[in-house]
Design a protein around this ligand. Structure first.
Ligand SMILES: Nc1ncnc2c1ncn2[C@@H]1O[C@H](COP(=O)(O)OP(=O)(O)O)[C@@H](O)[C@H]1O
Ligand SMILES: [Mg+2]
Length: 347
């Protein structure tokens, strides 16, 4: 495969020729429409308005294609507790841009750290086992994208990365390239949106909140400290300043409060009802089941528990009811003694 920059240059020339012929019309090489990407994000991601506003600004900037030459198109770090939509946001962007939610090259730092194996990123150096294959976790097509599409990379749980891996990353952020130690291969990140996620600071924030709730500051009527200060000190504890300096924007995802879980439940239910409509069926949830699904779990784990219960407790009961009552159209799901039941709905 020719290197992306050669392709980019060739295509740039042809676009410029067209432009010269047709007068001063400013056309982006990128096919995606920021508005379309955003309406998908706003439909599917709840409770994170600041992060979404930042994504909009990023998409517009990338579409205008005025970034620095030898850097990735964008570099963002998403902070926040688990299960609040960090990875989902990246997957939805991939779906909107690449046409596929798996169009993102996801590198799980957790596994890399466990393996102590930076070579998994860059292929082994010459002489080591595996160096011939130059095997890498990076999928070059997803990383490099194409002339009309940015590539997308997600480094998940970045705080788990070993020093060696961070050094490799630093280099990528700096030069927009990753040269393999074997010397004969390189991956180009200059056409790439880079996302990193971390829950560094989420635990600190929670511990702080706990101390505040039980501490003297509250009794004296002092307001809680500034979250920004807290976040920055947690960040400095986990990452070197030179690494942080190379990130375009650091965004904090909020805890999902109960109301947002309800909103998410409605999105999930709408999805299920769309599928049920193909079977001429429709499902409603009793208030008790709603409450159990949204408030029956420790909200520290974000949306995950609720979604798991939806799939593992509700959907099988719905499936059984569909088969048991082939003539019915309306169903209602309820809960008794932790048991989810689905029955025909009679007015
Ligand atoms: N704010 C949110 N809006 C919509 N869905 C969410 C949100 N937060 C979590 N989810 C859902 O919960 C699951 C876990 O979210 P994920 O984005 O993987 O969490 P994390 O923040 O740990 O990366 C996904 O299936 C996702 O659809
Ligand atoms: Mg995640």
């Amino acid at each position: 495969m020719p290197f992306i920059n050669e392709r980019l240059d060739a295509n740039r020339e042809s676009i410029e020729k067209d432009r010269a012929a047709s007068g001063p019309v400013r056309v982006s090489r990128f096919r995606f429409e920021p508005d379309a990407v955003m309406s998908r994000l706003r439909e599917q991601i709840v409770g994170q308005p600041e992060a979404l506003t930042a994504m909009e600004a990023m998409l517009v900037r990338v579409k205008a294609d005025i970034g620095e030459e030898n850097r990735p198109l964008a570099v963002h770090l998403f902070l926040g507790p688990t299960g609040v939509g960090k990875t989902e946001t990246v997957r939805l962007i991939a779906e909107a841009i690449a046409g596929n939610r798996d169009g993102v090259c996801r590198i799980d730092m957790n596994t890399l750290a466990q393996e102590h194996y930076a070579a998994a990123l860059t292929g082994a150096p010459p002489g080591y086992v595996g160096s011939k294959e130059g095997h890498s976790l990076f999928d070059p097509d997803k990383v490099q994208g194409s002339f009309s599409k940015p590539g997308i990379v997600l480094f998940d749980e970045i705080e788990k990365a070993s020093k060696e891996v961070v050094r490799i990353l630093l280099n990528v952020l700096d030069t927009g390239r990753l040269v393999f130690p074997s010397g004969n291969r390189e991956i180009d990140f200059r056409n790439t949106l880079i996302f990193m996620t971390s829950n560094a600071g989420a635990l600190d924030a929670e511990a702080y909140h706990h101390r505040y709730q039980h501490g003297w500051r509250r009794w004296l009527g002092l307001r809680p400290g500034n979250g920004q200060v807290l976040r920055d000190s947690a960040l400095r504890r986990h990452f070197d300043p030179e690494f942080l300096n190379r990130i375009d924007q650091i965004l904090t995802f909020n805890n999902l409060t109960d109301n947002w879980l309800e909103a998410l439940l409605d999105i999930e239910l709408a999805g299920l009802n769309k599928r049920l409509a193909r079977k001429q069926a429709e499902l409603t949830l009793s208030p008790e089941l709603r409450a159990e699904l949204c408030h029956g779990y420790d909200s520290r784990y974000g949306a995950r528990e609720m979604l798991r219960a939806f799939r593992q407790r509700l959907e099988p009961a719905v499936a059984r009811a569909l088969l048991a009552f082939p003539e019915s159209r309306q169903f209602e799901a309820d809960v008794h003694n932790k048991e989810v039941t689905v029955h025909q709905y009679v007015e």
